[in-house]
Ligand binder design. Structure first.
Ligand SMILES: [Fe+2]
Ligand SMILES: [Fe+2]
Length: 240
């Protein structure tokens, strides 16, 4: 979506979560004042509309699709990419979405009972993802990086306490399934992210956040299950 100073701030906020956060940080009222143009909405804030436009453009450039060929790149580049793109995104998105969920539930929870269930499923997903990523970053990824290094270096590696990379991988894959199930549950509870007719801008933004989170989770798990993990197993087998 291409924005101008005449675009409604509510539409900008609903377009993607980072755009919404950008407005939030600039102190632009995109919620109750969502019908105002960006130009109007920036009156009285310290950030000119043009400045916000250039930040939005910068953001859309940075979030271009992942096109690197990860089936051939060194594994330590792939683990770094996963940490810097997906793990970082999840760590930022969880508290942001949690806060938005609390706000929307406080306002609309009475008329939309499913919000309480979404809150519960989301809290569980958040907790599990944080622990999951910690295990990957502290146990599995360092070993995969060491495999890559050993393959390019002296060709030997200390046997890990988990014996073979297949063990943490199978644990991580089970956790991916659990996270996927929770995301599916949230998708069903939100009617595939369709905000109800009485939804305000925050409500719509919440559903957009949840939708984006699921899409990111899909890409993240795809990179691990389908590319990183099989390549790590193969790399390890060379040292057997
Ligand atoms: Fe991960
Ligand atoms: Fe993972």
């Amino acid at each position: 979506m291409k924005f101008t100073t005449q675009t409604k701030v509510g539409d900008i906020a609903a377009s993607n979560p980072v755009a919404r956060q950008l407005l939030e940080d600039a102190g632009v009222d995109y919620c109750c004042g969502g019908g105002k143009s960006l130009h109007e909405a920036c009156h009285g804030t310290s950030t000119p509309a043009e400045e916000i436009l250039s930040r939005l453009e910068e953001n859309s450039r940075r979030t271009s699709p992942e096109d690197a060929n990860w089936t051939a790149a060194p594994l330590n580049e792939l683990t770094r990419h996963i940490r810097e793109k997906h793990h970082r995104y999840v760590r930022q998105a969880i508290p942001r979405t949690q806060a938005l969920l609390e706000k929307v539930a406080a306002k609309h929870g009475e008329n939309h009972k499913e919000l309480a269930e979404i809150e519960e499923a989301f809290a569980q997903l958040g907790r599990e993802m944080i622990m999951h990523m910690q295990k990957e970053e502290q146990i599995l990824f360092p070993y995969i990086d060491a495999l890559e290094q050993a393959a390019g270096g002296n060709g030997s590696i200390e046997p890990p306490f988990f014996q073979t990379v297949k063990n943490p991988i199978s644990a991580m894959m089970k956790e991916h399934d659990a996270a996927g199930d929770l995301a599916k549950q949230i998708r069903a509870l939100t009617g595939t992210y369709t905000a109800p007719a009485d939804a305000c801008t925050s409500y719509r933004a919440l559903y957009e956040e949840l939708k984006q989170l699921e899409a990111d989770l899909h890409q993240h798990v795809h990179l691990e299950n389908n590319i990183l993990f099989p390549r790590a197993v193969e790399k390890e087998s060379a040292f057997a």
